[in-house]
Design a protein around this ligand. Sequence first.
Ligand code: CAA
Length: 240
Amino acid sequence: MTRTALITGGVSGIGAATAKQLQSGGYSVIANYFGNDAEADAFHKETGIPIFGWNVADFDATQQAVAKIVAQSGPIDILVNNAGITRDSTLHKMTLEQWRSVIDVDLGGCFNTCRAVIESMRERRFGRIVNISSVNALSGQFGQTNYSAAKAGLIGFTKALALEGASRGITANVIAPGYTDTGMVHGVPDEILKTIVSGVPAGRLATPDEIARGVVFLVADEAAFINGATLSINGGKYMA
Ligand code: CAA
């Protein structure tokens, strides 16, 4: 039986690496994107993976898009909530917009997509949900009260959902990546990034593939007993 996976923020960085690894593993994959149309088109041309553009922070748009995907590709067995943004600022300078946008996309987006797929997963008694958090949810990060809060929120959300889904064959788990070689991390000023990398025992950034490997592990049918876990993949930067 071919499982169908939806990956939000799936055309670049960790999301794209996950989409490609799942595709190679024989899964039917669908990637969401928002605002990076050219990158999405290039990804689709390269991989043949269907792409759907919408803002995961928008509840109604998410329900409509998922309904459209299901009509075209059948029910979603696997959901990877990877879409995320940063709006780094120390709290004393942070605007309400910087706070809200990160909470709405990084945490609200997870609610919106999970809500769109959960009833069908319950009916079909199978589901795999993986939420991409961050090392900075566990350690905190200077300049990221918004992001650390949203990403830590994902961990509590996932644990509660893990309890609700367990009797229905649905697992929910978290991956907490460390600093990874993606556009998001390269947005950090060079000098600050150098200092951060020097604090990683592995002495380097993660590759997106190294994070995706964890997702592929957690979404397997055989991973049925892994539920409510947080898997850190951070090169030893923070050991919780
Ligand atoms: N710890 C302690 N003090 C620090 C510090 C740190 N890590 N970084 C800066 N400071 C100090 C500065 O030395 C300076 O001190 P003085 O006021 O005494 O001179 C002061 O804090 C600067 O404070 P400001 O409020 O003026 O900060 P700023 O506006 O210059 O910059 C910032 C704030 C934009 C958030 C900047 O620190 C920054 O970009 N930090 C990186 C944040 C980061 O790691 N983001 C990760 C993005 S990638 C990601 O999130 C993916 C993932 O999951 C890992």
